[in-house]
Design a binder for this molecule. Structure first.
Ligand code: BTN
Length: 265
């Protein structure tokens, strides 16, 4: 039976803008579902649903998030953000993950648009945001975060080619509690900045490894290819198509792949 030193994490977060309260579970289907139920029962903003294992972890685009016990971090943050912050959550979350990982490991993470966190071009963390606009109430947002911390992802066929873990990059186990505290501290700081009207797009953009790349973007009703010129105020992708026209693609349910290489003559 694994346990998690929740009071130590809450102590390490220290005084903060949000009121952080971690609810730890040994095993759940998905922390997204537990967080949604707790929110329906009145859980406060800053509630973190943390699980050692997920048996039905979910990723973006209807994918599965591989979530074995004892190795990684899987958590969902319950938030009731003002609209100005809700629009920036898809930047705040990956930025906080990147800053937390860097602080604890000394590595240098990058962000693949819109919110994958990568090390040496391989994914080590992903973000899933569910939000709900509610009449007369602030929106509800559930920010789900998975970080491959100590897992040997090379042993998982569907992850081996594309993913990595912090342990695989540093060569040493990483303390999950210290990492969680560092990510939540960074999240708190960036959230408070966004709530105060400060710019979180700039530091998020500075970590993007997508600008200037040739990509294919696919999703429901979206099939585009071109060169990424920039990201706009809302974090949407600004893509220059091969015919020279520009298109803006919001960071919703789309996935981005490098454009197929032209075979060498
Ligand atoms: C992605 O596809 O990159 C997003 C992955 C998000 C995974 C996290 S793990 C905690 C939370 N619970 C889930 O079922 N998914 C998110």
């Amino acid at each position: 039976m694994v346990s998690f030193d929740v009071p130590a994490v809450e102590r390490q977060i220290g005084s903060a803008h949000l009121t952080w309260a971690i609810r730890w579970f040994q095993s759940v289907g998905s922390t997204m579902d537990v967080a949604r139920s707790l929110a329906a029962e009145g859980a406060a903003g800053g509630t973190v649903v943390l699980a050692d294992e997920q048996t039905a972890g979910r990723g973006r685009m209807g994918r599965t998030w591989v979530s074995p016990p004892g190795e990684n971090l899987y958590f969902t943050v319950v938030l009731y953000p003002p609209m100005g912050v809700l629009r920036r959550l898809a930047m705040i979350a990956p930025l906080a993950i990147a800053e937390g990982i860097d602080a604890v490991t000394g590595l240098r993470t990058e962000i693949k648009w819109p919110n994958d966190v990568q090390l040496r071009g391989r994914k080590c963390s992903g973000v899933l945001i569910d939000s709900e606009l509610r009449a007369g109430l602030p929106p509800l947002a559930l920010a789900g975060i998975g970080i491959d911390v100590n897992q040997d992802v090379s042993a998982v066929p569907e992850l081996a080619a594309l993913a990595t873990s912090l342990r695989m990059e540093t060569g040493a186990p990483v303390d999950r509690a210290a990492l969680l505290a560092a990510v939540l501290r960074a999240f708190d700081r960036r959230y408070a900045e966004a709530a105060a009207g400060q710019d979180v797009r700039r530091p998020w953009r500075a970590r993007l490894n997508t600008i200037g790349r040739s990509v294919r973007v696919t999703g429901p009703g979206v099939q585009e290819a071109g060169m990424v010129e920039d990201v706009d105020e809302d974090g949407s992708l600004v893509l220059r198509r091969e015919d020279g026209t520009l298109i803006t693609i919001p960071a919703g349910e789309v996935s981005l792949r490098p454009a197929a290489m032209t075979p060498q003559q």
